[in-house]
Design a protein around this ligand. Structure first.
Ligand code: SF4
Length: 365
């Protein structure tokens, strides 16, 4: 996760999660964030979904953990304090015990975030989310109304999601947007940025598209490397403008996810302009370089299996009951593959997730 806003303005006040992303020295490396894919069920049919299953479908579809095991898992997290717990899916609110899990997790002292398509946040459920102690709600948006609805396979999905954001913000919850940089959506980046400035959100995360789940069967979703570079540069330019215009409580935090080489791209952006912020950014970028498997993030699937991240469902590391062992294992290379060997930017980048999973780097190609 590359916090463009922090890197563009290294001297500005910190953001929520800075300690996680920019640890001072190796001894301070925080425990991983746990993404718990509570269920694979979903009420939408998004074209780019990294989970992408319908209830009961798919040859490797496994049932979600029973409630008793799920509570034992949360008790384990309580005793082994991850940096945060992100409840994701599928659509996590589809799980009949979602609120009980969230409430229990927050009462255990965990920092609980919700990653949702937003379509199930009505007046009643927004109150329940707030009362369950969920501290952050990230809602996925793909573009303007018609594009979003088409991509999500459901008419009205955009309006429901926007209403969901407004309802959570009105209750005093931190809210943000999640945007996937799939090729057909790149022409709509400006509209998405405009929406982010209008909506009551404090954060926007741009996820690089990594083929997985349903999205793996649609090669038309993959941008070419020039498009990837251009889109990230567009986002950096916007983040710089927004960062200089919106300060204090109005600040908007802009991040990218899935490609650590974006930090290098930002460093080059500042250097090429002769910015006196470039060297401070370089220091921060190096501190946020990709870490080994299990160090920054781990995904726990609905059936209790653990994976390195939410895009790689091929490499099970064990069950959640093996988490101690998974974290104890010798630090592995980030799994970024041979592409990164000898790269001049390795110390700043650490090797990106996409370089490992897709065998490509938009910075060096
Ligand atoms: S080749 Fe690897 S280390 Fe170099 S910039 Fe690309 S992802 Fe990072």
């Amino acid at each position: 996760m590359i916090n463009l806003s922090k890197l563009l303005f290294p001297g500005a006040a910190g953001f929520h999660g800075d300690a996680l992303r920019f640890p001072e020295k190796s001894a301070d490396v925080p425990p991983p964030v746990i993404v718990w894919h509570v269920t694979d069920e979903c009420n939408l049919r998004c074209r780019h979904c990294y989970s992408g299953r319908r209830p009961g479908s798919g040859p490797d579809s496994k049932p979600a953990m029973e409630g008793a095991e799920a509570f034992r898992f949360l008790e384990y997290l309580r005793d082994n304090a991850p940096s945060a717990l992100i409840m994701s899916g599928g659509e996590p609110m589809m799980h009949p015990m979602f609120f009980e899990f969230a409430d229990f997790a927050s009462r255990c002292g965990l920092s609980v975030a919700l990653s949702t398509n937003g379509s199930m946040i009505d007046d009643h459920s927004s109150a329940s989310i707030f009362e369950a102690g969920i501290s952050y709600v990230g809602v996925s948006i793909d573009g303007p109304r018609d594009v979003h609805d088409r991509f999500r396979g459901t008419r009205g999905a955009f309006d429901y999601s926007v209403m969901g954001i407004k309802r959570m913000a009105a209750r005093g919850c931190r809210t943000g947007l999640r945007v996937t940089l799939a090729k057909p959506l790149l022409p709509y980046l400006n509209e998405i940025m405009d929406a982010a400035e209008r909506l009551p959100v404090s954060r926007i995360c741009f996820y690089h598209f990594i083929p997985s789940g349903r999205g793996a069967s649609d090669p038309d979703l993959i941008p070419d490397t020039a498009e990837e570079r251009a889109s990230v540069t567009q986002i950096i330019e916007w983040a710089e403008r927004v960062g200089s215009e919106r300060t204090g409580e109005r600040r908007l935090e802009v991040l990218t996810v899935g490609d650590a080489s974006d930090g290098v791209l930002l460093f080059k952006y500042l250097s090429n302009r002769g910015s006196d912020r470039a060297e401070a950014a370089r220091t921060l970028i190096s501190r946020s370089a990709s870490r080994g498997i299990g160090e920054g993030i781990l995904s726990v699937r609905w059936d209790g299996l653990v994976f390195p991240n939410q895009f790689d469902w091929e490499t099970s590391l064990g069950r959640w009951t093996d988490l101690d062992e998974i974290r104890r294992r010798k630090r592995q290379n980030c799994g970024r593959g041979s592409l990164c060997v000898g790269c001049e930017w390795t110390s700043m980048c650490g090797g990106s997730l996409r370089a490992g999973l897709m065998g490509r780097c938009s910075l060096t190609e």
